[in-house]
Design a protein around this ligand. Structure first.
Ligand SMILES: Nc1ncnc2c1ncn2[C@@H]1O[C@H](COP(=O)(O)OP(=O)(O)OP(=O)(O)O)[C@@H](O)[C@H]1O
Length: 384
């Protein structure tokens, strides 16, 4: 009897930054010329690109990381961490100079001051006469990927180049807005499939408020005018909203963690897990739930990469929180949104002449077919 055909999964390709994050705990910042003793210190692997690649690989999805490290010991720290998470490092280059690193000065009361050394993350060769800085093999990898994830800690010109290569091959590109907060190049946005900011990043990009759900929807609609099909907004412990052109937005509340130790890397976990679910062809609402579960586990442990879950842990949490049991949470969310949305003022979403969403879909409940009113829009729970 012949064995069943092997299903080859198209790889996930993360292009981006790898950093050594040097944490120092201090009582206050040093004055000019002063030497200060720290209370504690620790160096951990990080960088949004490396975090996202590690997360996807831990979720047992074949994942490549395209990035650069320098010639120093930080490079070993990053290599070891990515390798032990299962990331394929065939396209991790080594260049002269330092590996990217961040000095994070943790002060009492949660105030952090951070200094970033871009190092290898920003020392990509310049695009010369239109000739790609990625070798042919790396370009081929992008063309055969199931999806590509980008962030903003490497030069925009590299991101644009990768997004364009992916787009002509119909490979979905997910751009996590996190990283350097310089103005977003329109050419980059035009070539991404899903743009994923948090509330602050969305507000900065659009110049619009993002305090209420209706404001988030209006700001996301503005981003869509710049050529992005889908906007996936991360709202911290409030959850996330996926705004897809011509379709009702989908809301996913956070799966609340019983205790929160450290939210570092929650956003990277969410982006990577959502993209993995997307390549696996999970419907968007299921993919959001999968991502929320992965991020919920991430906030329970200190650090970014060390706190990222494996597939088994995510499946277990999803079993503990079946979609139907989230009914109450979602009902509460609707209630909160209705409170925050003003009845007197015309909603910005309705005011804007952009392609504003008409309905908000809530993940999920076969038995709940009644529609509720939200923000003057119609909310339709969807059956999965
Ligand atoms: N306290 C929490 N409990 C459970 N889940 C959480 C909590 N905080 C965040 N999350 C989950 O993580 C997702 C992403 O978090 P967040 O919106 O803070 O991203 P971010 O601002 O990009 O994060 P960061 O830049 O710190 O990595 C949320 O949509 C939510 O699902």
């Amino acid at each position: 009897m012949s064995s069943p055909p092997r299903i080859i999964q198209p790889p996930l390709v993360v292009v981006g930054s790898a950093n050594a994050d040097i944490y120092v705990e201090i009582d206050r910042l040093p004055k000019e010329g002063e030497t200060l003793a720290a209370n504690n210190g620790q160096t951990l692997p990080g960088g949004k690109g490396a975090n996202q690649a590690a997360c996807a690989a831990r979720l047992n999805y074949p994942t490549y990381f395209i990035g650069q490290v320098g010639k120093d010991n930080f490079a070993n720290l990053i290599r070891d961490s990515l390798q032990s998470s299962g990331v394929k490092l065939d396209y991790l280059g080594t260049v002269a100079g330092p590996t990217g690193h961040a000095i994070v000065m943790l002060q009492p009361g949660g105030n952090n001051s951070i200094i970033i050394v871009g190092g290898a993350n920003v020392s990509w060769p310049r695009l010369d006469g239109g000739i790609s800085r990625l070798n042919e093999k790396a370009q081929q990898l992008i063309r055969r990927a199931g999806a590509v994830i980008l962030q903003r800690e490497v030069p925009d010109s590299l991101n644009i180049e990768v997004a364009k290569i992916a787009k002509v091959s119909n490979v979905p590109v997910v751009l996590d807005a996190g990283g350097i907060d310089s103005p977003m190049p329109p050419e980059l946005l035009k070539n991404v499939t899903i743009f994923s900011p948090n509330e602050t990043e969305l507000a900065r990009l659009t110049g619009m408020p993002t305090d209420t759900t209706e404001e988030v929807l209006a700001a996301a609609a503005k981003v869509q005018l710049l050529g992005v099909q889908q906007v996936l907004v991360k709202l911290g412990e409030k959850g996330s909203i996926l705004v897809n052109k011509d379709e009702p937005p989908i809301v996913q509340p956070a799966i609340m963690a019983p205790y929160v130790v450290d939210t570092t890397g929650a956003g990277d976990t969410f982006t990577a897990a959502y993209t993995v679910a997307l390549i696996e062809k999970q419907p968007p609402a299921e993919a959001l739930r999968f991502a929320a579960a992965a991020a919920s586990i991430c906030v329970r442990t200190k650090g970014a990469i060390p706190s990222m879950p494996d597939r088994r842990a995510v499946s277990q949490l999803l079993e503990e929180h079946p979609a139907k049991e989230m009914k109450k949470v979602i009902a509460k969310f609707i209630e909160q949104v209705n409170i925050s949305g003003s009845d007197e003022a015309e909603s910005p979403t309705k005011r804007s002449n952009v392609n504003s969403p008409k309905k908000v879909r809530f993940h999920d409940f076969e038995d709940e077919q009644k529609e509720k009113s939200i923000l003057g829009q119609s909310v339709q729970p969807v059956s999965m």
